[in-house]
Design a protein around this ligand. Structure first.
Ligand code: ADP
Length: 197
């Protein structure tokens, strides 16, 4: 099964992808996590992405498309995977369609986490405080300025792909403002329809 989670920064894509990954035993592919690992390791891609990410902008399409193309070719993706944070632009969505077509597969379902925009800033600030309290490193882009840029990038570049997947009949909206377990239950219900099919 090939799944995708869509939603603005702070919508809970990472949390829900991880839960689905544990339940279905298919990997979670987070371009954000992969890019953060590249930044940490100081690879050429990481060096290109570091400043863009810290400011909240989008990393170039060719870079993230290349990362995803390599990742889905790995054996653990043969039975399916969960896309978290990719695609983020229409060009990435088109490239993904082409990649999947070339391996004879396609997206089964796109889950849209719908959230109240005014709550996103609180969520991100809360995540930063919790990480700090736990002694962890706060993400370079979890601050008010970068979040504003991330939201602008989301509404300019990413939100249009919601319409694209709706038009393809793949979109399943979920109330992302509910508690984590409730959101997870809504997703399970959607997925059970696929498993029964
Ligand atoms: P969030 O959804 O909370 O904004 P992510 O961890 O998905 O966070 O992404 C963090 C950052 O990584 C983004 O703001 C962007 O700079 C970069 N990034 C991740 N995925 C992509 C992508 N598909 N295209 C371009 N940039 C990306």
């Amino acid at each position: 099964m090939i799944l995708m989670l869509l939603g603005p920064p702070g919508a809970g894509k990472g949390t829900q992808s991880q839960l689905i990954s544990d339940k279905l035993g298919i990997p979670q592919l987070s371009t954000g996590d992969m890019l953060r690992a590249a930044v940490k390791a100081g690879t050429p891609i990481g060096m290109k992405a570091k400043k863009i990410m810290a400011e909240g902008g989008l990393v170039h399409d060719e870079i993230v498309i290349g990362i995803i193309a390599d990742r889905i070719a790995e054996p653990d993706c043969a039975k399916g995977f969960i896309l978290d944070g990719f695609p983020r632009t229409l060009a990435q969505a088109d490239a993904l369609d082409t990649l999947l077509k070339s391996r004879g597969s396609k997206i089964d379902c796109v889950i849209e986490l719908k959230v109240d925009d005014t709550k996103l800033v609180d969520r991100i600030e809360c995540r930063a405080r919790e990480t700090q309290a736990a002694g962890g490193t706060v993400r370079a882009d979890d601050n008010a300025d970068a979040l504003k840029t991330r939201l602008i990038a989301y509404y300019r570049e990413t939100a249009p792909i919601i319409g694209y997947y709706f038009a393809h009949g793949l979109l399943k909206p979920v109330d992302g403002m509910a508690p984590i377990e409730d959101v997870s239950r809504q997703i399970d219900e959607i997925l059970s329809e696929f498993q029964a099919a």
